[in-house]
Design a binder for this molecule. Structure first.
Ligand SMILES: Cc1ncc(C[n+]2csc(CCOP(=O)(O)OP(=O)(O)O)c2C)c(N)n1
Length: 802
C-alpha cells in the first residue's frame, strides 16, 4: 500500500522504483564501507582523524530525492552519503581528505585544509566569476563548531524569499522564482546550542524555505538526550513553534531513520511545503545509530550500555533497509551479496589509488632531493650532517612535504655555512617547492589580493564651491540611497534598521523608498543577523548586516570568526561571502556603549577587512569601495560622529576610499602620531598646545586596520620624525600592539627610531560612565599631550624638561 503510494507520488514505474531503491542501497553500502575503511586508515596511522557518516545513510538518501538544482545545504560532518548520492564526492576524495592531500583536484573539499567530512561545492570558476549555481546542487562550506551551520542556513533560505519577490539583474544565475530550499542538517545534541534556537525562531518569524533535518542518534559524543534536551526530544521541545491553522510557524515532522518509505514520505511533504509555500520545516529523524562510534578518537562502548549497543545493531538503518529489500523481494540474498562484495572491493581499490596519488608527487620530490646528495656533500666538504639529513629523510615511511622541506631547510643552512659557490639547481628547486607548498596551505585568506588593493585607485569626494555643512548621518543616509539605486542586489537589515532607519537615522526614510524586502528590521539576534548576511551573500546578493553597537558584536564574534572569516580560506576560494557588517562604536557613554575591542576583533577575524573611518564621509567612501569588490568587511562608524558637521560631497555613492591606505591628516616633523576612529579628534585637539611647546606632530589616520598600510607610508613619516606615538581606545596591548607589530615586522621601523615607541590606550577595564568616567578610562587630550611631551623629553630633556 505504502509502496504503491510512493510510486504514484514519484510518478515512476515499479521497475524504476525498485531500481531506485537498489541504487540507494548501493550508495548506503558504499558510504558505510568508506566509513569502516576510513576509520581503519586512521588507526593504521595514515590518516590523522576520521569522522564519518555511518548510521545516517538512509535519511540522506531519502532527502536526496527532493534536493533540486539551485538548492543549498548547510550541514555538518555526517553528510557524506548525500554527497555520494549527488555524485559530488568520490571514494578517492574521502581518502584524499583523510590523508590531507593538498591537491585541490583530488581533495576538492578544501585542498587538505579541513578534516574529512567537511564538504563544499564550488560557486566560482577559476577566474573568480560566479557559476550558474541555479543549475547545480550546492553545499555551503562546512565548519566544525557544531550548530554553527544554522545561522548561515537562515540567509540561504531567505535568499529564495528575496528572489521570489525582487527581480535583480543577475537573478537567473542564482534562482528560479525563489523556488530553492535551504537544507539544514544538525546532530541532536547540537540542537542544544543557542544559535539553533535563534535560527528556528527567526525562520518562524521570517517564513523562509528551509528544511532542517535533525539526525538523532540519542547522543552527543557520550552525553545522551536525557542530559541534552528538554523532554529528551527536540521535536517535543519545539512544539510551541509549530504552525497552526491560524498562526504561522514551523512545520515539525518526526520520522524514524531506518524506515525508507516513511522517510521518503516525510521529505516529500517537507520539500513541497518549503518549496512552494516557503514554510520552514523541521524533520526530526529519530532512532538513528552510530555503528562506529562518534569518531576515530574513541570507542562508544565506553558510554553506551550493552542493551543500547544491541539495539543499535538491530536498528542500524542499512541493516534495516537490507532486510526490507529482501522482504519485499526487490532482489535476492545472493544478488545482494555479490553487489556488496563488488562494492567492498571497489572501495579498497579506491583507497589504494588515493594513497598512491597522494604519495607519488611527494616521493617524486624526495627523489629530486636525493639527486643533489653527491653535490651537497662535495660543497659542504663532506659534512657528516648531510648524510644524516638524507638518511633520516629516506627512512620516513609515510612521507609528507614537511619532511622534504625540513630536510631542505637544514641543507640550505649547511650549504650557506660551507659553500664557496652556491648550488643553484638545488636552491631553485627548493625555493620553488617551498613557495608552492606554503601557498597551497596559506593562500586565499582574503578574496581580494593585496596586489589588487595596491593597484586600486580611489575616486576622491568632490565638493561644490560652497558645500553644505551637514550632520554626518545625512552623508551616510544620502550615500546609502544612491547605493540602493545603483545596486539592485543590495539589502540592509538589523535591529531598528527598517522602520526608523537605524538608531542614528542613517537610513531614515529609505525603507519607504526601497521596500521592506530590501531594508528590514530584525529581532535582537546578532548571530543570525550575521547568518542572514553570510547565506544571502553566498547566493549572489550583497547584504549589509547591521550590528547596532560595536559592543554587541561579541554576540556574533564566534560566527564571524568561525564562518565568515574562514570562508574563503577553508573553501580555497570556491565560495565567498562578501558580506559587509555595519556597526558603530568607540567612544560614547558607559561600559556598553564605549567599547572599542579592536584588538580582539583583529585577532579573531583575520579573513575579514576591518575598517575604522574617522567620520561619515570616510565611512560612506568605504561602503562605496566595498560594493565594488567582493570581500567581507566590517565598517565601524564613530558613534559620536553622527551629529558632527561635515562637508557634503556632491558625488555620493561614487567616491571611494581605498582599503589599506593611511591618510596623513597633518604634516609635522617631531613625532608621528598614529590613530584611528574617535581618538583622532583627541589627537587633533592636542596639537595646538603641543605647538606652543615647540612640538610639531604629524597626524596619521590608519583608517584601515586590516588591510594595514599596504604602501608602507607610515614608515616614510617615521623616516622624517624618528618618533612614534600610537593612540587608540582599546585596552593596553590590544590593537595598539598589533599596529606596532606591523610597523616593526612589516615596515622594519626599529632602526629608524630615536627613542622607544609609545602606546597610549584606554584602561584595561571597561570605560566608566559620565564625563569623569570617560576622562579617567579613555585617552584624553591631556594624556595625548603628556605622552608626546614625554617622548620629546626623552630626546631633549633640556628643551622639554619634566
Ligand atoms: C561548538 C562545539 N562544541 C563542541 C564540539 C566538539 N564536538 C564535536 S562533535 C560533538 C557531538 C555532537 O553531537 P551531535 O550534534 O548529536 O552530532 P553527532 O556527532 O552525534 O552526529 C561535540 C561535542 C564542537 N565540534 N563544536
Amino acid at each position: 500500500m505504502k509502496i504503491d503510494k510512493q510510486k504514484e507520488e514519484l510518478k515512476i514505474s515499479f521497475e524504476d522504483f525498485k531500481k531506485q531503491i537498489l541504487e540507494d542501497y548501493k550508495i548506503a553500502f558504499l558510504s558505510r564501507e568508506c566509513s569502516i575503511l576510513g576509520r581503519r586508515e586512521v588507526f593504521s596511522g595514515k590518516g590523522k582523524f576520521g569522522i564519518f557518516g555511518d548510521g545516517k545513510e538512509l535519511p540522506q538518501l531519502a532527502l536526496n530525492h527532493f534536493f533540486k538544482n539551485g538548492d543549498f545545504r548547510s550541514g555538518y560532518y555526517r553528510d557524506q552519503t548525500l554527497l555520494f548520492a549527488q555524485g559530488l564526492l568520490t571514494v578517492e576524495n574521502v581518502f584524499a581528505a583523510l590523508y590531507a592531500d593538498l591537491d585541490i583536484e583530488r581533495e576538492p573539499m578544501s585542498g587538505g585544509r579541513q578534516m574529512g567530512g567537511h564538504f563544499v561545492t564550488s560557486s566560482r570558476d577559476k577566474d573568480g566569476n560566479w557559476l550558474k549555481i541555479i543549475d547545480k546542487k550546492n553545499h555551503s562550506g562546512d565548519i566544525s563548531p557544531t550548530g554553527s551551520q544554522m545561522p548561515r542556513l537562515l540567509g540561504l533560505a531567505q535568499a529564495s524569499k528575496i528572489y521570489r519577490n525582487h527581480k535583480t539583474k543577475s537573478r537567473d544565475l542564482f534562482s528560479k522564482n525563489g523556488n530553492e530550499i535551504a537544507w539544514g542538517t544538525i546532530g541532536n545534541a547540537s540542537t542544544s546550542e543557542g544559535m539553533f534556537f535563534e535560527t528556528i525562531n527567526a525562520a518562524g518569524v521570517m517564513q523562509v524555505p528551509m528544511v532542517i533535518s535533525v539526525w538523532d542518534d540519542g547522543y552527543g559524543i557520550s552525553v545522551s538526550n536525557k542530559d541534552q534536551t528538554t523532554k529528551e526530544s527536540i521535536s517535543e521541545a519545539l512544539r510551541g513553534f509549530k504552525r497552526s491553522k491560524d498562526q504561522l510557524g514551523i512545520e515539525i515532522i518526526s520520522v524514524k531513520g531506518w524506515d525508507y518509505l516513511a522517510l521518503i514520505e516525510a521529505y516529500e511533504f517537507a520539500s513541497k511545503l518549503a518549496r512552494k509555500s516557503h514554510v520552514p520545516v523541521l524533520v526530526h529523524v529519530t532512532e538513528l545509530t552510530q555503528p562506529l562510534g562518534h569518531s576515530s578518537s574513541g570507542s562508544h562502548e565506553r558510554y553506551k550500555s550493552k542493551k543500547r549497543l544491541e539495539w543499535e545493531k538491530e536498528y542500524d538503518c542499512n541493516t534495516k533497509m537490507r532486510a526490507w529489500i529482501l522482504k519485499e523481494g526487490f532482489t535476492s540474498e545472493e544478488d545482494l551479496e555479490i553487489i556488496e562484495k563488488n562494492i567492498s572491493k571497489e572501495v579498497k581499490t579506491s583507497r589504494r589509488n588515493a594513497w598512491e596519488a597522494y604519495q607519488n608527487p611527494i616521493l617524486k620530490e624526495k627523489e629530486i632531493l636525493n639527486t643533489f646528495l653527491v653535490q651537497i656533500k662535495k660543497q659542504t666538504n663532506n659534512d657528516p650532517n648531510v648524510q644524516l639529513i638524507f638518511s633520516e629523510l629516506n627512512s620516513v615511511l609515510e612521507l609528507g612535504y614537511k619532511d622534504i622541506i625540513s630536510a631542505g631547510r637544514k641543507l640550505n643552512l649547511l650549504l650557506k655555512k660551507n659553500s664557496i659557490s652556491s648550488l643553484k639547481n638545488f636552491e631553485k628547486w627548493f625555493s620553488k617547492l617551498n613557495f608552492l607548498i606554503r601557498n597551497k596551505i596559506s593562500s586565499n585568506l582574503y578574496s581580494v589580493s593585496i596586489e589588487e588593493l595596491q593597484k586600486y585607485k580611489a575616486k576622491p569626494p568632490l565638493y561644490d564651491e560652497k558645500p553644505n555643512s551637514v550632520d554626518g548621518r545625512i552623508i551616510i543616509r544620502d550615500n546609502f540611497e544612491v547605493l540602493f539605486k545603483k545596486y539592485d542586489n543590495l539589502l540592509m537589515f538589523g535591529e531598528d534598521v527598517g522602520k526608523i532607519g537605524d538608531v542614528n537615522q542613517g537610513l531614515e526614510g529609505l525603507q519607504s523608498k526601497f521596500g521592506e524586502l530590501r531594508i528590514s528590521d530584525t529581532g535582537i539576534r546578532e548571530v543570525t543577523i550575521v547568518g542572514q548576511g553570510i547565506g544571502l551573500s553566498l547566493r549572489g546578493l550583497r547584504p549589509i548586516a547591521e550590528i547596532q553597537y560595536l559592543d554587541y558584536i561579541l554576540y556574533c564574534i564566534q560566527i564571524l570568526s568561525d564562518d565568515l572569516a574562514s570562508m574563503n580560506y577553508r573553501t580555497v576560494g570556491k565560495q565567498i561571502a562578501p558580506l559587509i557588517i555595519r556597526t558603530r562604536g568607540h567612544r560614547l557613554e558607559g561600559i556598553w556603549h564605549s567599547g572599542s575591542p579592536m584588538g580582539g576583533m583583529i585577532h579573531l577575524l583575520r579573513g575579514i577587512h576591518i575598517l575604522t573611518p574617522r567620520n561619515m564621509t570616510q565611512a560612506a567612501g568605504f561602503y562605496n569601495t566595498l560594493m565594488q569588490i567582493e570581500q567581507p568587511a566590517i565598517v565601524i562608524e564613530s558613534l559620536n560622529g553622527y551629529r558632527l558637521k561635515e562637508k557634503l560631497p556632491n558625488n555620493l555613492g561614487e567616491y571611494t576610499v581605498a582599503l589599506g591606505r593611511i591618510e596623513v591628516m597633518k604634516q609635522g616633523t617631531d613625532v608621528t602620531v598614529i590613530s584611528y576612529g574617535s581618538t583622532l579628534r583627541i589627537v587633533q585637539e592636542s596639537e595646538k598646545r603641543l605647538l606652543q611647546e615647540g612640538i610639531s606632530i604629524e597626524i596619521i589616520d590608519i583608517q584601515s586596520l586590516i588591510p594595514f598600510d599596504l604602501n608602507e607610508e607610515i614608515r616614510k613619516s617615521i623616516v622624517k620624525t624618528n618618533r612614534i606615538l600610537i593612540v587608540d581606545e582599546d585596552v593596553p596591548g590590544g590593537a595598539s600592539s598589533y599596529i606596532l607589530q606591523q610597523l616593526i615586522e612589516k615596515q622594519n621601523i626599529f632602526s629608524l627610531l630615536d627613542c622607544s615607541p609609545k602606546l597610549l590606550s584606554a584602561k584595561a577595564h571597561r570605560p566608566a560612565y559620565g564625563g569623569d568616567g570617560d576622562y579617567f578610562s579613555k585617552p584624553s587630550v591631556d594624556d595625548v599631550f603628556e605622552s608626546i611631551y614625554s617622548i620629546m623629553n626623552e630626546s631633549n630633556p633640556n628643551k622639554h624638561p619634566l
